[in-house]
Design a protein around this ligand. Structure first.
Ligand code: FUC
Length: 729
């Protein structure tokens, strides 16, 4: 074969687009830092896999291991580590560790002394355990010492084939972790608090971790003892073969993950992920964008499942006893951003933990009358909260509940679940509407304003005869745009919800009248959207929060079609704020620019975000987003932003949504496709494009419905019967 042909063939294989953008992260060496390790999770039980050959480390977490209570904030806690020391593994070659996102299985493979080793790790949602499978292609090759450690000085014991660590936190929460070692052949012995295995053919290790946390204020947050939970989980799992454990896990994960496929073009799957990340700034690798998109979905499936807690600031993965910002639920952007992707990327079930947490928070806030946040009707909250309604008292965040309750409305918009709308969304919206009805006052021009607004997390202060914007300032700012826009959103969602349910017409009329009187977005002296009631914005201000553009995203008050002047002013504000910022700040900006129909600007920010963290970017080697430090909001927010670039459906007229196909496709994704996205109104959307133009789209509807469809610049009305399907062209 001529050399040029071989080269061509090689380049084509290396750079061919693969489905899901070649949905794997892989490395040619074990992890040295925590942010090199790869995450697995079953919604509650998470592991960071280091993939060492002679020493494996799995640092694990369970999402309910929290200090604090209904008052005290506490912090999310790491659990411990499983270490396995493998003696005599030398002459290691052919090393690879890989996280396959579509299987949710981590695999380490290598050759040592002529034996091929395979180690698999997955965290099974249906079986409630992490499964570690050690195998080799030569019998008798599996030997190792197993150590379970605990970071809270638990009592650790070993007997027969188990190691157990049991302890309690200072809030009375009891916890336990346990491994069960199931070898095939070989000798197993107890060695103090460790287990030693020699010359087995294979070994399966089941790792469980649990607490007596119950996700219920009515039960005072306590339930079944961890030992009893682990007895159940480990006994049941130990009766299953590895094949059954694996296939059960795969079926569960793939039922969610495989709903969406994404292909944005050539993919440098030939490069280990760390090298790929560095090369990305100079090479054309839209496959990394697709991988990063799918990684957000993977992390959501792994950290947020029905019945559990919502993904916290680090999802479920945390190594620190004192994690940054408690690894909690910060309500002025972070926890909401975590869930922007849930509905449009077809993971609606994963949204549920957020709704349950919000309900619990409301319950605690309403019974626990801290005077600073007392409410006649409805409730309000602080910025940073734990799973039990306890909080940091750093900042009152009055519009937080309204912002979060937007998610209950969004869930209805995407699913059309009327029962949910009636029982969950509507009452939650209504009590907050009442809160704001009580709280709003007449402003200087007779408009309605929030008398004690805020724009996270800075504010104007007087310095001599000048006004400057001070970081962290929380002085009450009457009429701050953030409060005004969120209240507008709340009122609008309430009005739409009451119309959908055909209830409370008089109250709806009253709130509609109030919404008209709300002080709305204003354009200031340099053409910007004013962040404050007074026109004091500083064009040099690069603050990470861009709260005064809530109305652009995730709100729906400003958009290029119905409010073009305000949309243009939003661009002025965004350009002034710049394309930098913390990880989540960049992620938010991807969403803003997509909503403002500038896909190239979105992509430019995505590119900046996808630069390695040590070089000023916001991404770690394992593609965890860096604030810094690691915060998962930027992962989830980027996936949401990429979705907004391809599909939008937030504009609603006469109760009908506009499905906007490829509203902000960047030049970088010349040819591609995405399938399985969801749009408001209960539609499914598949898209394909070539040379930057839409070539095919399929819109489906389970329940039937009407939409305005915007494709290639044309708008048409679409009416689908239940089970209906429409193809473009
Ligand atoms: C808000 C942000 C910080 C950080 C924290 C968790 O307070 O302003 O940047 O993301 O949340």
């Amino acid at each position: 074969m001529p050399r040029s042909f071989i080269l061509l063939a090689l380049t084509t294989t290396l750079a061919t687009a693969s489905p899901n953008g070649g949905a794997s992260l892989w490395f040619d060496k074990p992890a040295s830092d925590w942010t090199d390790a790869l995450p697995v999770g079953n919604g509650a039980l998470g592991g960071m896999i280091f993939g060492g050959t002679d020493k494996e480390r799995i640092q694990f977490n369970e999402q309910t291991l929290w200090t604090g209570d209904e008052i005290k904030m506490g912090a999310y806690q790491p659990f411990g580590d499983l270490f396995i020391d493998f003696p005599g593994l030398s002459n290691v070659t052919h090393y690879r560790r890989e996280l396959d996102l579509s299987a949710a299985i981590h695999r380490t493979t290598f050759t040592a002394n002529g034996v091929n080793y395979t180690r698999e790790v997955f965290s099974s949602h249906p079986d409630h355990v992490m499964v570690i499978r050690l195998s080799a292609d030569k019998p008798g090759s599996i030997s190792g010492t197993f150590r379970l450690t605990d970071v809270h000085k638990a009592q650790i014991t070993a007997s027969a084939n188990t190691i157990t660590a049991s302890g309690a936190l200072d809030n009375g929460l009891t916890y336990q972790s346990r491994i069960l070692l199931l070898p095939e052949k070989g000798n197993l012995s107890v060695n103090g608090i460790n287990l030693t295995l020699t010359n087995a053919d294979t070994a399966t290790i089941l790792l469980g971790a649990a607490t007596d946390f119950a996700n219920s204020p009515a039960q005072n947050w306590r339930g079944e003892k961890p030992a009893s939970k682990l007895d159940r989980f480990l006994t049941a799992a130990s009766k299953k073969s590895i094949e059954l454990l694996r296939s059960t896990h795969l079926a569960d994960h793939q039922a969610l993950f495989k709903r969406v496929t994404a292909d944005f073009g050539p993919s440098r799957t030939d490069l280990p992920t760390d090298q790929r990340l560095t090369a990305y700034q100079k090479s054309h690798d839209p496959g990394l964008d697709a991988l990063f998109f799918q990684y957000g979905r993977y992390l959501m499936i792994a950290s947020s499942r029905p019945g559990g807690l919502p993904a916290n600031l680090q999802g479920i993965w945390n190594k620190d006893l004192k994690p940054a910002w408690y690894s909690g639920y910060t309500t002025n952007i972070n926890v909401e951003m975590n869930y922007w992707l849930a509905e449009p990327t077809n993971l609606s079930e994963c949204h549920q933990p957020f709704f349950d947490w919000l309900k619990n928070l409301a319950t605690v806030r309403k019974k626990n009358t801290q005077p600073a946040i007392a409410a006649k009707r409805g409730w309000t909250a602080y910025s940073t909260n734990n799973p039990m309604g306890g909080n940091s008292t750093w900042g009152i965040h009055r519009p937080g509940p309204a912002w979060m309750t937007q998610h209950l409305w969004t869930h209805y918009e995407f699913t059309g679940d009327k029962q949910f709308l009636k029982s969950r969304t509507y009452p939650a919206l209504k009590e907050l509407v009442e809160y704001w009805e009580d709280f709003l006052v007449a402003g200087p021009d007779g408009n309605l304003i929030s008398p004690a607004g805020w724009s996270p997390e800075h504010g104007p202060v007087k310095k001599g005869d000048k006004i400057v914007l001070a970081e962290g300032n929380r002085d009450p700012q009457p009429g701050a745009s953030y409060d005004q826009q969120i209240v507008w959103d709340l009122f609008t969602n309430y009005i739409d919800a009451s119309e959908e349910l055909a209830v409370d017409p008089e109250y709806r009329a009253k709130i509609t009248a109030m919404r008209e009187k709300l002080l709305g977005p204003r354009i200031g002296k340099w053409g910007q959207i004013q962040e404050w009631m007074q026109d004091v914005d500083d064009p040099k201000n690069k603050h990470r929060h861009v709260s005064h553009l809530f109305a652009v995203h995730p709100g729906r008050q400003i958009n290029p079609v119905s409010t073009p002047d305000l949309a243009a002013a939003a661009k002025v504000s965004l350009n002034a704020r710049g394309d930098g910022g913390t990880g989540w700040s960049k992620a938010w900006k991807i969403n803003f620019w997509a909503r403002l129909a500038d896909g190239n600007h979105s992509h430019k920010i995505l590119k900046g975000l996808l630069a390695p963290a040590p070089q000023g970017g916001s991404t770690h080697n394992n593609l965890f987003n860096s604030h810094p430090p690691f915060q998962i909001d930027g992962n989830f927010g980027s996936t949401a932003g990429i979705t907004e670039m391809l599909l939008q459906s937030h504009v609603r007229k006469n109760g009908i949504y506009m499905i906007d196909l490829l509203p902000a496709l960047p030049d970088a994704w010349k040819n591609g496709s995405i399938t399985g996205l969801r749009a408001r109104g209960g539609f499914g959307v598949d898209l394909a494009w070539s040379s930057g133009r839409l070539t095919k789209a399929t819109i489906t509807s389970e329940n039937g419905g009407k939409a305005y469809l915007r494709a290639s610049g044309k708008i048409q009305t679409l009416t689908l019967p239940p089970g209906g399907k429409y193809d473009v062209p």
